[in-house]
Ligand binder design. Structure first.
Ligand SMILES: [Zn+2]
Length: 95
C-alpha cells in the first residue's frame, strides 16, 4: 500500500484493523510518509476494516455460537454430561 500521512496513520492504527485477519495495525515511518503494516500479515495486508465493524461481527458470531450450543445441547444431551462437584469426582476416583 502507498504510504500515508502521519495524521492518517494515527487514525488508521487507532480505529482500524487488518481486513484479512482482523489483527492490529502498526505504523512504520518511511521517506515519504508512514507505511501501515498488519502484525500478522505484514505489508501484505489487503486493506483495513473498522474496529467497530469487527466488534459488531464478533458480537453477532458469539450470539450465533450460544444459540448453536443451546440447540446442540438439546439435540444431543449425552454429548454434554452433567458437571460433577469435586467431592463426587474424588469419590469416583476412589478417594
Ligand atoms: Zn493481517
Amino acid at each position: 500500500m502507498a504510504p500515508v500521512s502521519y495524521h492518517e496513520a494515527n487514525g488508521l492504527v487507532a480505529g482500524y484493523v487488518c481486513a484479512a485477519c482482523w489483527g492490529p495495525l502498526s505504523a512504520h515511518p518511511v521517506d515519504d510518509g508512514v507505511d501501515i503494516h498488519c502484525g500478522e500479515c505484514g505489508a501484505a495486508t489487503p486493506g483495513f476494516v473498522s474496529m467497530r465493524y469487527t466488534e459488531k461481527r464478533k458480537s453477532e458470531s458469539l450470539a450465533q455460537y450460544y444459540l448453536a450450543r443451546k440447540a446442540l445441547r438439546e439435540a444431543v444431551p449425552w454429548f454434554f454430561p452433567a458437571k460433577k462437584v469435586p467431592d463426587q469426582l474424588l469419590k469416583d476416583l476412589g478417594y
